[in-house]
Ligand binder design. Structure first.
Ligand code: ARG
Length: 570
């Protein structure tokens, strides 16, 4: 049991003795270290219910609180907080437990769930925009964390591989295709076709008609068009896969929108016959008279020309997933502008009798220096591949400067870890709903809340161990003994790891883990400055080396859960 839970159970016992609901006895890390290490506002909460004086109530709780083995006598502060200052011995025991625990103090969730994470989901032949980049990074990290806590996670890349864009692509393929470019960079060429045909259509209604005709032919199963479509999807997927490899991201499923095509017609018919949907002006719609926010926002599932929509595919997808996985939850990691879409789709899902916890994990935008949606200099959507290549190149410049003694290939390897880590971390450290300004300088800086700063803390610990080895210094006792304030602070921070991952999943917010790791690296640097490690002797040296060792494990594991690697040197 963690120190925090231990204190909590003792507090609960005391609360029951004074007739207070034990569930109120929440203990949290202290907000201000001057007052102690842990605190509880239980007396304040109970006083409100019982209409009593909170400080007096706190004092009477203290009489029954038995924690002599764990802390100094607890005190009452402020409006009725109960504060705990943990004994060095108890703190040492607690970090030693984490040190010898393969899970570093993280316990799995008591009731694991099956969670489908629908993320990344770029569209074939349409420019991938920064929204897809955020979805990819955020979805991957959330999946890793959920899995780490014991949930059964299914990652599904819901690729947009079917849609009106294929009318343009097929027309472009037949009339404007540059085979060489297609081979060199397929997505770029497909996007070029899409854009050019888009422009042509605008000025020429006849072309617009032909483009529409190509789409209809595709939908009706025309062999030539189907073949072009197949190639376009395969080429794009190939290129996407390269990026996912580079990013270290994998998917359990990649059932694109096209997978659900055959289910759309029967689904619409069923919704009609079940009277969930209605015919309205030739189209099929679902109305929500009972949901105020959607009262005047019906969900269209079949257009009057017979075409289906994004929402129809999502409903078919939902049904398929229910059957295939029986999920407890589905997380859709998609930008905030799709909020209405998901509100509608979820509402229809409930009408269809789906009780699964469906969540739109929304996020804000990445902005350029001008605080508008990030674009390239020529005003186009930022392409993920180019962005990652630039990150690695920039990191290489920094690495070559700082560490010219590494071999060229080592430098490249390190630059990859730093560059990719920087991009991912810059994204994940933000509250997912806030927009943030993309800045190479900031994200690649070795100072501040950045991936390189955290990676550097890890590297520093590695180099301590390398130096120890060179000097023939080994670890003797194998146990940590805490006494200095900087050691205390670091140990307490390490103990928080057990709680933080659970907190992340409460509201799908990896930024909490980022902040935690940043504070951990910070506590380590303070410890490193205040407490000599290799220059100490005997048991103290050994204990400090162990403490540094646990720190590095937590850093590596935590960064790994963000999808970020650590170099051994940099
Ligand atoms: N391809 C969509 C887009 O680019 C995102 C798909 C998200 N997932 C879903 N099940 N709707 O906007």
């Amino acid at each position: 049991m963690s120190l925090q839970s231990l204190l909590q159970s003792r507090l609960a016992a005391a609360l029951s003795k004074v007739g207070i609901d034990a569930a109120i006895g929440i203990v949290t890390p202290a907000a201000d270290a001057r007052f102690g290490d842990f605190q509880s506002n239980a007396a304040m909460v109970a006083a409100k219910v019982q209409k009593k004086n909170p400080r007096e109530l706190a004092t009477s709780i203290l009489k029954y609180l038995q924690v002599e083995d764990l802390c100094e006598p607890p005190t009452v502060a402020g409006a009725g907080f109960i504060n705990f200052k943990v004994l060095d011995s108890a703190l040492s025991d607690a970090v030693n437990t984490v040190r010898s625990d393969a899970c570093l103090g993280v316990s799995p969730v008591p009731n694991p769930k099956t969670i489908i994470v629908d993320f990344s989901s770029p569209n074939v032949a349409k420019p991938m925009h920064v929204g897809h980049i955020r979805s990819t990074i955020l979805g991957d990290s959330l999946s890793r964390i959920a899995r780490h806590l014991g949930h059964c996670v299914v990652t599904d890349n819901h690729i947009g591989d079917w849609g009106t864009q294929f009318g343009k692509v097929i027309y472009g393929w037949k009339h404007l295709l540059n085979k060489e470019s297609l081979e060199m960079s397929p997505i770029e060429e497909l996007v070029r076709l899409y854009r050019e045909v888009n422009a042509l259509e605008e000025h020429d209604p006849a072309i617009k008609e032909t483009v529409r005709g190509e789409l209809v032919k595709l939908q009706q199963g025309d062999a030539e068009n189907l073949e072009i479509w197949r190639q376009a999807v395969a080429l794009s997927w190939n290129e996407f896969e390269h990026l996912y490899d580079l990013l270290g991201i994998t998917f359990d499923e990649r059932l694109g929108e096209s997978f659900y095509n055959d289910a759309l017609g029967p689904l619409a018919d069923r919704l009609l016959s079940q009277q969930i949907a209605k015919e309205s002006e030739g189209a099929v719609c679902i109305f929500f008279p009972d949901i105020p926010a959607l009262e005047d926002k019906p969900c269209l599932i079949r257009k009057s020309d017979g075409g289906f929509l994004y929402a129809t595919t999502d409903l078919a997808t939902m049904e398929y997933r229910e059957k295939r996985w029986k999920p407890d939850a589905v997380w859709y990691v998609t930008g905030a502008p799709q909020q209405l879409h998901f509100e509608q789709v979820f509402a229809v899902g409930r009408k269809m009798g789906i009780a699964t916890d469906l969540r739109h994990i929304a996020f804000g935008s990445i902005l350029g220096d001008d605080r508008k949606m990030m674009k390239t200099r020529s005003g186009e959507n930022v392409e993920l591949g180019g962005l990652l290549r630039e990150a690695i190149e920039r990191a290489l410049t920094v690495v070559a400067e700082k560490n010219s003694n590494l071999s060229k290939s080592e430098q490249e390897e390190v630059a990859r870890t730093i560059g990719l880590g920087a991009v991912k971390y810059a994204d994940l450290m933000q509250h997912r709903l806030t927009d943030y300004v993309f800045s190479w300088e900031k994200m690649l800086s070795f100072q501040g809340n950045t991936a390189p700063y955290l990676q550097n803390a890890y590297v520093r610990i590695c180099s301590i161990f390398r130096k120890a080895e060179v000097e023939g210094i080994g670890i003797q006792s194998g146990s940590i003994s805490i006494s200095e304030p900087a050691e205390r602070a670091l140990a307490l921070q390490i103990l928080k790891f057990g709680e933080i991952l659970h907190a992340v999943l409460e509201d799908q917010r990896p930024n909490l883990l980022c902040l935690y790791l940043y504070e951990l690296a910070d506590s380590f640097h303070h410890f490193y400055e205040a407490c000599p490690i290799l220059k100490s002797e005997g048991g103290i040296r050994s204990s400090r080396m162990e403490l540094a060792g646990v720190t590095s494990k937590v850093l590596k594991t935590g960064l790994g859960l963000l999808g970020i690697g650590v170099p051994e040197r940099m």
